[in-house]
Unconditional design. Structure first.
Length: 335
């Protein structure tokens, strides 16, 4: 027998096993997986928010501070990635601190297209109880001009500590609703609040009126731990559905859903998570968190979310298609 042929036959079982192992590992990864390595050298992207603008999909997300302390760009920022199919993404820009109130960083973006412009809502980062919601506007989705009234919103009342993060702005009936996460005065419990502004407004600070004197949704279920944050809103058949993150990061954070007819009073659809963290060994075993529900022009909806499997040493963003029936949303396929 030819020795080269004999050697190949001996190696085939090893090659086949290796190939099987690679396929098995690949099967654990979702169709979309995105991480930004530009700042710390490993994938790190959180808090996704997606829009379709000028014929392309744009995803805004949080990126961490540079490891190199001598870098002239301070603190956290917002990354911008582009896609043509909602699965393959590449980075096309950043929003970085540009004002005194942002000097420690900014994060958790939410984008809204109004009259051919992108309005970006985001939080200041690193100021504890003083973190607040800010606003900027862009004609191309990449370069933003700050609102001169920034920060545009922080809550009042003895039920919260004055902090506002994780903005979500959604038009409903005759107003815009601004959802935000805040904490109690002891800075332990994270919960949801809401403000409103007229549809004809400019999103400036003077436009917003707080619509609650207590939290509209706070953690009550065991899996929600001490935190509800990252609200993302969609309207279906006259009802609003809120996809929210329950529990603090890696606790594990998972995603729940609530519904409302007025945007202020909310009812959970289930006492269990809508999207759980992954099984041991999967890419999102530490959490599936901070959701964004995106509806495409064809009516299909996709749930974007963050995850990792190492307690937050790195972070990826993925998505899964969400289907709807008379009872509300359900997962076509959990990843």
């Amino acid at each position: 027998m030819n020795y080269k042929v004999l050697l190949l036959l001996l190696l085939l079982p090893c090659l086949s096993f290796e190939s099987f192992g690679q396929k098995k590992a690949a099967a654990k990864m979702p169709k979309m997986i995105f991480g930004d390595t530009s700042r710390i050298g490993i994938p790190f992207a959180k808090d996704p928010h997606v829009i379709k603008f000028q014929g392309r999909y744009l995803m805004y997300y949080s990126i961490p501070a540079y490891l190199d302390q001598s870098n002239p760009i301070p603190g956290w920022g917002v990354g911008i990635a582009e896609s043509k199919d909602l699965h393959k993404w590449h980075k096309v820009g950043e929003v970085t601190p540009a004002s005194e109130y942002e000097k420690k960083g900014l994060a958790a973006p939410a984008a809204l297209v109004v009259n051919g412009q992108v309005h970006l809502f985001y939080q200041t980062y690193g100021n504890g109880k003083k973190d607040a919601i800010c606003h900027a506007v862009s004609s191309d989705g990449l370069k933003f001009t700050r609102d001169p009234s920034n920060p545009i919103f922080s809550p009042t009342g003895d039920w919260n500590c004055g902090r506002a993060i994780d903005a979500e702005v959604f038009p409903f009936k005759d107003k815009y609703l601004l959802y935000f996460a805040t904490r109690d005065i002891d800075y332990k419990i994270q919960m949801q609040g809401v403000a409103s502004a007229p549809l004809t407004g400019s999103f400036g600070r003077e436009q917003w009126t707080q619509q609650c004197t207590a939290s509209i949704l706070k953690p009550e279920l065991p899996w929600e731990g001490n935190c509800i944050e990252g609200a993302s809103i969609i309207e279906k058949n006259g009802l609003l559905y809120m996809f929210y993150a329950g529990a603090y990061n890696n606790d594990p954070q998972q995603i729940g859903v609530a519904k409302s007819s007025d945007g202020i009073k909310w009812e959970r659809l289930s006492n269990k998570p809508f999207l759980t963290n992954g099984d041991p060994g999967t890419w999102n075993s530490s959490e599936s968190g901070h959701p964004h529900i995106f509806q495409d022009d064809n009516g299909k909806t996709y749930l974007f979310y963050q995850g990792n499997n190492n307690k937050g040493k790195n972070w990826y963003i993925s998505n899964v298609e969400v289907k709807w029936n008379d009872q509300g949303p359900y997962l076509k396929k959990q990843r």
